[in-house]
Design a protein around this ligand. Structure first.
Ligand code: PLP
Length: 458
């Protein structure tokens, strides 16, 4: 036995998704400022944030006007119980309804997890109140690889085993199916056939579970954190048809895809398909305040109409839901996205960057596939382009670390699917310019070549 004490940890902050043993003896970098697409540490080193925080700082860092609005609203009315209504929260709901362009009602909370938790509860209660006597629709179908949040129902809907290990069993009634994954689809299938096959899996699952037990299907239009999976064009419209056929509500988790990220204001616009319930967070206030929204279309909301003693109303409250400061700041952040037409910039500069990444990595043996839409892209890293075996974790980590050491912060799908955390994630602020896109591309290219050369010479 030794009495040597382990080296002390640098501080008392419990960090997410982090093995703290790796921090012993280190001084973690402290970030002190943000400006545009860049963040700065206390030594003045500058980093291009190619993942926009957690793909949320859509309008970029350091927008002073948002700080001014927060200060003014705090001085005027810093908080109001959500049972009462402030000007900003009513205006915020009106703004969303007007942007979405259909009749809806908005329930506010503070995070994507809460927004999805709320959507799932709304879906279950909706069926209880609208369904045929004797029917009990409570099951939620979702997809493997998708992340929907860390609270128990949102986690149960999540299809990433590593995020769930140790926290299960969760609530019952959650079923998963495979999402479209063109890169790993059967090579004989066309994109359309693959989309059809995946949609059919939803139908078969509903049938095998018993349609009268299924409340909702929850999905992101473009699956983001699980590896940036872009669906074939026919998939989402077919999902809508199937949900309609079996009376299943469709929930679009637009926590990442909402507010310009995919090159349209909302992700669903690409597939011209509407859901019954939507959830938004992240880009909703560009990370300036914690805010989220669950939006229910009129036909869903109408089932909550009744006499007070019927208890048909939605019986949930969030202390900080509909916060006046968050609402005022979020409205102004959305107005920046509109005024500066950041969805178009995401489409143009994002499209350019996807092409550039594909071009420079065309011959790189690690580059299995470059994919994405608008200002969100993934690079699937493989050991071998023929076998598509995922690149070893240490090499993925080395590439990410090399990029950071050279001034570009990007992400990867860490702690998601065992043995499949091999996708680099790039989703910069939507204000990104072409020369900044070039810098990201050249940094990623150089990092991948250095790691490849290091491995060859090892
Ligand atoms: C698609 C999606 N849904 C929900 C969430 C959960 O959001 P939050 O971390 O704000 O709870 C996330 C978070 O990354 C997400 O990517």
């Amino acid at each position: 036995m030794t009495d040597a004490k382990p080296e002390a940890l640098p501080d008392h902050l419990w960090r997410p998704l982090t093995q703290h043993r790796n921090l012993r003896g280190q001084t973690p970098r402290r970030m002190v400022k943000g400006d545009g697409c860049y963040i700065f540490d206390e030594q003045g080193n500058r980093f291009l944030d190619a993942i926009a925080g957690l793909w949320c700082v859509n309008v970029g860092y350091g927008r002073e006007e948002l700080g001014d609005i927060a200060r003014r609203q705090m001085a005027e009315l810093n908080y109001l119980a959500p049972l009462m209504s402030s000007g900003p929260v009513i205006e915020f709901a009106e703004k969303l309804q007007q942007m979405l362009g259909f009749e809806c009602h908005v329930y506010f909370s503070c995070s994507g997890s809460e927004a999805n938790e709320t959507a799932i509860k709304i879906a279950r209660q909706y069926h209880l109140q609208s369904g045929r006597a004797g029917q009990m629709r409570y099951k939620i179908i979702s997809r493997y690889r998708a992340y929907h949040g860390n609270t128990m129902a949102a986690l149960a809907a999540t299809g990433q085993a590593e995020r769930k290990m140790g926290y299960e069993p969760g609530p019952t009634g959650f079923i998963h199916i495979m999402p479209p994954y063109p890169y790993r689809a059967h090579p004989k299938l066309t994109a359309e056939e693959h989309g059809e096959e995946c949609a059919r899996q939803l139908e078969e699952t509903i049938l095998h579970e018993g349609a009268e037990t299924v409340a909702a299907f929850i999905m992101e239009p473009l699956l983001s954190g699980g590896g940036v999976l872009v669906p074939p064009d026919n998939y989402i419209p077919r999902v809508r048809e199937i949900c309609d056929r079996y009376g299943v509500l469709l929930i679009f988790d637009e926590v990442v895809s909402g507010f310009g990220r995919l090159g349209t204001m909302f992700g669903f616009e690409h597939w011209r398909t509407e859901a019954d319930i939507y959830t938004f967070a992240k880009g909703l206030a560009s990370g300036y305040v914690p805010v989220a929204a669950t939006v229910a279309k009129k036909h869903v909301f109408d089932e909550f109409d009744g006499e007070p003693d019927e208890t048909k109303h939605f019986r949930q409250i969030n202390t900080y839901g509909g916060h006046p400061v968050s609402s005022a700041v979020a409205i102004a952040a959305i107005e920046i996205v509109e005024r500066e037409d950041l969805a178009s910039n995401a489409r143009e500069v994002g499209g350019y960057m996807i092409n550039e990444l594909s071009r420079v990595l065309a011959d790189h043996p690690f580059a299995g596939e470059v994919r994405g839409k608008g200002m969100i892209m993934g690079i699937e890293l493989v050991e071998n382009r023929a076998s598509k075996e995922p690149l070893a974790d240490e090499h993925v980590t080395a590439i990410v670390n090399d990029c950071v050491a050279n001034g570009v912060v990007l992400g990867r799908n860490s702690n998601t699917i065992p043995g499949r955390c091999n996708v680099l994630l790039i989703a910069p602020p939507l204000i990104l310019k072409r020369d900044e896109a070039d810098m990201i591309v050249s940094t990623v290219d150089a990092a991948m070549r250095r790691v490849l050369n290091g491995r060859r010479s090892a």
